[in-house]
Design a protein around this ligand. Structure first.
Ligand code: SAH
Ligand code: SF4
Length: 397
């Protein structure tokens, strides 16, 4: 039986056409699933009964199974989701004044084995399906709405110009006129970051259809600037993303030179910094934003000296970029420590003085282990399977 969450806009249209239906049925059904967040085909009241019956026999809407749901005092909320075979993945909701951000996982575990990452330390288990990836966004919106969390602020939608009908003004073909969030102008999740468990580009074929749903006006309708994919630097797949579905890009840098980056981010041995920098510039030719965000985890005594900051200034000389310094989030068994605050500030000052916009990431979700790099699902002591080489040499599979 087809899980309708697995189908991107083109896949949903093909599904109906193959069964002799008009392609606009796909839009109708997408509105029900991704804008009204129903999980029951029977609820799609604007489909004729025979069509509904056929659909109920052929397909279902199967969202994630929640193992644990925790909320921190700052409102950050983490869902631990079953990924089968004793594995789990996590998604994290981060409310802010002007937005609601969901941090989404793309793989159960990760093969790339960065030295400072809890997900990497658990090894690779499997790629998430498109349905499991978009299911995190579907579930978070649905759950938050059910709990009465209204849309976050953000720029209010401007009124439609006279005579112009917007999709959520009218809801032809089952549009979301009665969707619970219409009064607020948007559902609770306004931004998505692919920064949870896993390397999204290593699961390209399932991640891109999920991105397409995030961007599609008949589904989540997020602008490309509000969807950010974070990668450790799989260069050929950065090019593919640029060509097939460009969204805002974050690149995990973590070191100014190859010797150190080889140690911290092992994929650097395959795609060293010079190649990565050029790939960033190529990406910007088609990116929705005119800069790349470089993420840089601050590791005490490892990559946080003034000389490292000066090295970064040289390294990114030709790349339009911003820096986001992430204070290291420790996890049990790690050899690393977080850099002291003053050292992070001094590091920031060197970058800023060189004209690079540099922010320090605020740690959110304390007490529920919801911060970057702490997401580890349920897997304990799993034997690591280092599949990095295979994944990067066979990106299309
Ligand atoms: N695989 C992708 C996206 C997931 S990791 C990537 O590596 O970019 C999201 C971010 O968290 C990355 O920048 C990653 O380097 C960082 N990170 C990993 N472990 C961390 C930790 N323990 N503390 C702080 N940041 C960490
Ligand atoms: Fe994988 Fe990203 Fe963790 Fe590296 S930092 S092991 S790429 S999830």
């Amino acid at each position: 039986m087809t899980n309708l969450l697995d189908l991107d806009p083109a896949g949903l249209a093909a599904f109906f056409v193959e069964h002799g239906e008009k392609p606009f049925r796909a839009k109708q059904v997408a509105h029900w699933i991704h804008q009204r967040f129903v999980d029951d085909v029977g609820a799609m009241t604007d489909l004729a009964r025979p069509l509904r019956e056929w659909l109920a026999a052929e397909a279902a809407i199967r969202g994630p199974t929640v193992i644990k749901d925790s909320t921190a005092t700052d409102g950050t909320r983490k869902w631990l989701l079953d990924a089968g075979n004793g594995n789990a993945v996590e998604s994290v909701y981060i409310p802010e004044d002007d937005r609601g951000t969901l941090c989404i996982s793309s793989q159960a575990g990760c093969a790339l084995d960065c030295a400072f990452c809890a997900t990497g330390k658990q090894g690779f288990n499997r790629n998430l399906t498109t349905g499991e990836i978009i299911g995190q966004l579907w579930h978070a919106n649905r759950r938050l709405l059910a709990d009465g969390v209204s849309a976050m602020g953000g720029p209010e939608r401007e009124p439609s110009p006279p005579g112009v009908q917007r999709r959520d003004d009218h809801g032809e073909h089952g549009g979301p006129t009665n969707a619970p969030w219409v009064a607020h102008g948007r559902p609770p999740i306004t931004n998505v970051v692919m920064m949870g468990m896993g390397e999204p580009l290593a699961n390209f074929d399932n991640v891109v259809p999920a991105l397409r749903l995030m961007l599609d006006d008949n589904a989540y309708g997020l602008s490309r600037r509000r969807v950010t994919l974070s990668t450790s630097g799989l260069v050929p797949l950065m090019d593919r993303l640029r060509d097939e579905c460009p969204v805002a890009l974050a690149v995990s840098l973590h070191a100014p030179d190859d010797a150190l980056r080889d140690r911290l981010v092992p994929i650097n041995r395959t795609y060293p910094l010079a190649e990565l920098m050029v790939a960033c510039v190529r990406y910007l030719e088609r990116a929705p934003r005119d800069f790349v965000t470089f993420e840089y985890v601050m590791l005490d005594g490892v990559n946080d000296a003034p000389g490292h900051a000066r090295g970064l200034v040289d390294l990114v000389r030709n790349v339009p970029c911003k820096f986001n310094l992430i204070p290291f989030n420790p996890f049990p068994g790690t050899e690393f420590r977080r850099s002291p605050r003053e050292r992070i500030s001094a590091f920031q000052a060197i970058l800023s003085d060189a004209g690079l916009v540099t922010t320090i990431r605020r740690t959110r979700g304390e007490g529920i282990d919801a911060a970057c790099g702490q997401l580890a699902g349920q897997v304990q002591d799993r034997t690591k399977r280092r599949l990095a080489t295979r994944i990067v040499s066979a990106p299309a599979t």
